[in-house]
Write a protein that binds this ligand. Structure first.
Ligand SMILES: [Fe+2]
Ligand SMILES: [Fe+2]
Length: 271
């Protein structure tokens, strides 16, 4: 009998023609597999192209947006408008997003709530207190500023991405707290949810734009068996306290030069 697999990919950055060619070569799955797309796919049109390619050959697809996906286009007033356009594409292809009820996926090790998240970042990734501005100030002093500062635009009533992040975190926490205590989860986000991956950056200041300390306790608190994310362009896998952490990014072609596979296996699904 065929093995069914939960696959994941992120940071396909499809504006890069070489990445696009590579992704187009990926063999369609057996039709019973699921796929997690963990953000930084490209433009709204790129997402539509990708979903038209992968959705027909998958039993289910989940999409969470990355910071690049949320950069405002010329027609967008803010990043929430951009997000709405991405969500509309996902609805066209029956793809699950952070705005949908959580699907319970039967894995070989039992049922798992698939939890797509969009928690963004609040500059606390290096252990700086929320709202202090210290992390951002130190990064600026070191000459490091993410393009997000120019291309991500918080929607009203939020005055900053950090403020928007705090609202998203509070809403996700409210939903997670409502799960039965025995529930097991697979947490899916663009940014890493915990501290350890942030120490992998060669430039430590990148951590400032790479998540929030508000989620650091979530994998253990909410029964995660797997935490799947991208953003770092540093693919890795480690197990900590029985939880498997997977960074599944492809990254820019100049970075990976075909060394990395487009898809990574997360776990086996029930037959
Ligand atoms: Fe990326
Ligand atoms: Fe990213």
């Amino acid at each position: 009998m065929t093995r069914r697999t939960l696959w994941a990919a992120s940071d396909l950055h499809l504006q890069d023609p070489q990445n696009r060619r590579l992704v187009a070569e990926v063999t369609p799955s057996c039709g019973d597999d699921w796929l997690l797309l963990c953000g930084d796919i490209g433009s709204v049109a790129d997402l539509r192209w990708l979903l038209s390619t992968v959705r027909p050959s998958s039993a289910g697809v989940v999409f969470v947006p990355g910071n690049h996906d949320l950069w405002v286009g010329t027609d967008d007033t803010d990043s929430a408008t951009t997000y709405e356009r991405l969500l509309a594409v996902c609805r066209d292809f029956d793809v699950l997003t952070p705005e949908d009820p959580w699907f319970v996926l039967e894995t070989a090790d039992g049922p798992r709530h698939l939890v797509p998240l969009m928690t963004l970042y609040d500059y606390t990734g290096m252990g700086n207190p929320a709202g202090s501005g210290a992390g951002l100030a130190r990064a600026r002093e070191a000459g490091v500023v993410f393009s997000d500062e120019f291309f991500l635009r918080p929607p009203p009533p939020h005055s900053s991405i950090a403020d928007w992040s705090r609202a998203r975190v509070a809403e996700a926490r409210r939903r997670l707290d409502a799960l039965p205590p025995s529930a097991r989860t697979i947490l899916v986000n663009h940014h890493p949810l915990t501290a350890r991956p942030l120490s992998f950056f060669r430039c430590p200041h990148y951590a400032v734009w790479s998540g929030t300390s508000a989620t650091f306790s979530w994998p253990e608190r909410y029964g995660a068996s797997h935490v799947v994310y991208g953003h770092q362009h540093i693919p890795h896998k480690f197990v900590e306290n029985g939880i498997t952490y997977l960074e599944v990014s492809l990254g820019y072609f100049r970075e990976h030069l075909r060394r990395y596979p487009v898809l990574r296996a997360v776990c086996e699904l029930a037959r």
